[in-house]
Ligand binder design. Structure first.
Ligand code: S3P
Length: 167
């Protein structure tokens, strides 16, 4: 991928707990390209934690900040970007990323529940309506994806090998 500027940005999408950040970091390291994580970009730009922003500014303000953070790195060729689970619900963000190579890491609500170890870091994980939230987002994840990978029960290195086989 390095030295091939026509390669699009690789974007990881999917629900909370899908493993977007873990796989994104692995993939970027493997390819030798920069890695961005939208939650980390927001925290760096504001100097505040995601949970704190949700609690004190509200979700709408968080989504604005998320859109701005993604806009600052969107579509940079030869980079990897892991999104927050709700990022693609913003139509403007979808537009920013429409020419990227989007990988949807698919998991069930059960898997998400089991994997989200510390809900206080993820304000929406506390919601009893995790299934409804996933059902609402699933069509967007699916329709924007260049590649869909089920990522239920495997090690990130196994998923990495499956992604590399597709590139
Ligand atoms: C969110 C997912 C989180 C984070 C925020 C909101 C969501 O990111 O952006 O808590 O709306 O699904 P992860 O998907 O990395 O957990």
């Amino acid at each position: 991928i390095q030295g091939r500027p026509h390669w699009p940005q690789i974007v990881l999408t999917g629900f909370m707990g899908a493993g977007k950040s873990t796989l994104g970091a692995l993939l970027a390291r493997h390819l030798g390209v920069p890695f961005y994580d939208s939650d980390s970009l927001i925290e760096a730009a504001t100097g505040r934690r995601i949970a704190d922003l949700f609690a004190h500014e509200g979700e709408a303000r968080f989504r604005d900040l998320e859109h701005q953070a993604i806009a600052s790195v969107a579509s940079q060729p030869c980079t990897v970007l892991a999104l927050g689970g709700g990022s693609l619900m913003h139509p403007g963000t979808r537009l920013l990323l429409c020419s990227t190579y989007m990988i949807y890491l698919e998991i069930t609500a059960e898997t998400a529940r089991a994997r989200i170890a510390n809900p206080s870091d993820r304000p929406l994980a506390r919601s009893a309506q995790l299934d409804e939230l996933l059902a609402l987002r699933e069509p967007i994840y699916r329709s924007t994806a260049s590649l869909i990978l089920e990522a239920h029960d495997e090690l990130p290195t196994v998923t990495l090998a499956r992604v590399l086989a597709e590139l």
